[in-house]
Design a binder for this molecule. Sequence first.
Ligand code: 5RP
Length: 233
Amino acid sequence: MAEPVLSPQEEGKRAAGEAAAALVEDGMRLGLGTGSTVRWVLEALGRRIRDEGLRITGIPTSEQTAARARELGIPLTDFAATEALDLCIDGADEVERGTLRLIKGLGGALLREKIVAEAAGRFVAVVDASKIVEMLGVKAPLPVEVTEFGWESTARRLAALGGSPVLRRRDGAVLRTDGGNLILDCAGFAPIRDPLGLQRELKTIAGVVETGLFLAGAEQAIVGGADGGVEVL
Ligand code: 5RP
C-alpha cells in the first residue's frame, strides 16, 4: 500500500521524531514524551526493537503514550523499578531559540512530563519548525495544571497576575489530566520576559500543581522541516 502523503507540518514532526529515535542506544532507559511528534519517535523505536533487536525500557509520560508503546512492543517500566533515565525525548509547544527553554502541556501531560524530564540525564525536544520562538509565550498559552478543589479561586489568583486563565475543555467536556487535575490555559502572560520569576510566582499559589514552563531547557532541540530535513539546535 502506498504511504499516505503527509502535510508539511507532519513531515517535520516525522523527520524530528525519527532523528531523535536514531539517538537511542542499546540498553537505554528512556523517558517517553507525549504528543503527535512523539508518536513518530515511538513508531521508529518499535521498528528498531523489531528489526535490530534494540533493548530499551521506557517510562511513559501519559496513558496515551503508554498505550501506544505497548501496541508497538516497547517495554515499559516505572520509578519503583528505575531510579534514573538516560534520555528523555519529548515534544514541545514552544522552544525559545536562544535558550532552548520550553513551554509544554498543550497535550495535557505536563506534570508527568516534568517529573520524567527531571529524572533524565539528557532531554531532547522534538518539534517541527513552527514551534521555534524568539520569546516564550508568543504562540502558545501557558498551561497551568491546578487541583480541582478550589480551581475557581486559583483561576482568580491567576487572573489577578494577568494570566487570563481559560479552563481547558475537550469535546465540550472539562479536560481532566492523567493525575485527575484541571488545566487553566493562560494566554495573558505573553510575552514571558521573566519566565523564572513567573514560575516562582505561580508556584506560590496553593492550587497550582505545575506549570508548562520547562526552564531547565532541552540539551538539544531537533527541528524537523517540511522537506524532511532536520536542524539541531
Ligand atoms: C503534551 C506536550 C506535547 O509534547 C506538546 O503539546 C507537543 O505536542 P505535539 O507534538 O502534538 O505538537 O507537552 O503535554
